[in-house]
Design a protein around this ligand. Sequence first.
Ligand code: F6P
Length: 507
Amino acid sequence: MKNLLELNAWQSLNEHFFNIKHLKMKDMFQYDDGRADKYTYELNNIYFDLSKNRINFDTFSYFVDLSKSLKFHNRIPELFNGEKVNNTEDRAALHTALRAYENIQFEEIADERTTFLKRAEEIIADVNVKHIVQFGIGGSYIGPKMVNEALSEFSNKLFTIDYIANTDNTDFEKVFNKIDIEKTIFIVASKSLSTSETQYNLSKVLSRLGLSEPNEKFICLTARRERALELGFSSENILTFCDSTGGRYSLWSSIGFTIALNIGVKNFEELLKGAEIADKHFAETEDYFQNIPFLLAFINVWYRNFFDLRTKANIPYSDALKFLPEYLQQLEMESLGKIIDKQGNKVNYATGGTIFGNIGTNCQHSFFQMLHQGIDIIPVDFIAIADSDTRLLANCFAQSRALMMGQELSEVAEDEITGYNTHKFFPGNIPSNTFLFDKLTPSTLGTFLALQEHKVFVEAVIWNINPFDQFGVELGKTIAKDIEASIIAKDNHFDSSTNNLINRIKH
Ligand code: F6P
């Protein structure tokens, strides 16, 4: 197998980069009235404007050539058909099967869906349940929390729903101070049931309730039924999902149970069906010039590997989407933050970069300064909803235009205070995508999130890395166990910095 850098299409991209890297987007718009239409796409009432990027037709053509040489026509069916695309963990990545309705290939996965949705209906119908508290971390936390916040307009408002992820006592106490324990269902969400934070929080809640093991008010969402039984969960309260579901890809499984409780089963199924629309689009649009996850991935790889840009911002102009940047951070950085390729060799090119973000307009009044006038170019994904506040939308559109246009000194008068105007220079030519939802609904959100997952998959195939493992989080966990043991035993044997930090704490 040839190294990415040796592929003809990659070399063509390299030459192409030197030809177009100085081009200004504002000139491209000026010389081509139809540019916006040429680079705008639509799926399930979401409008994807990719025109404010430092690309032209040739850029996408070379990337399409690259995709053909990487045999995506085989890679995509491998993902959907359950082949072991997660080679380092020797398993498939079956998140698409969780939302399959039209073409069910994996009956067992569909049956698990039926089971947990039936259980959700039962709890929704139980008038004695008023509070839901979920313990879980990572993908067993941020996906459900983000979706429930995004779709709060669709909430049936039957329950308060709280998530406790961290072992910090603050959230725990806050939640316990407000719930009526008699009317509470406790959910333990953990694929592996071995994550120390979730195990600790389970033991903490059991001791708070004076229980030695979970009672009928405890539900477990997991891929490890046997382990849940060992922990004392009753069989009917264990809602399983398939082991071939990655944590950050799991909100579609029983991990999304609180979403079903909050927005109702019908709406939850709309979310899944929205994702299925994206799955079909990705798998069936053979013309990669029209395949949205491909185009989004091309743009990311273009900036990461050719422009050498290391950071990207996600800015939703919607309070409902306030947890989306955190969700996308896990999806992208846990999937693509890899230095070792699928064959176990160190890569000799850049892979995933840093993703950060916050909601607009709030962050316009903080880190946007750096986006406009900082040394580094930071591409932005703007996310907005067409039926929201006009001021909000005006700000969103103004930012992408300002980043693109910049401001020349010739356009600005001298400053009355300083006598010069150079601090009002904006370099411009800073790229962005704008994703405009007609409405934020379960269906459109499902489509959007699944497109993001597929974009990550395309990037991973181009970079020849496994997006479905996360060995990078393991080392810290192991060392934390050693340090905890040494704090308890008062026996420090680490480096002097770590030893001093341990000595400094008063336990
Ligand atoms: O720490 C990384 C991670 O493995 C994530 O990928 C995962 O979402 C999270 O931990 C929680 O894992 P689990 O659901 O097994 O408790």
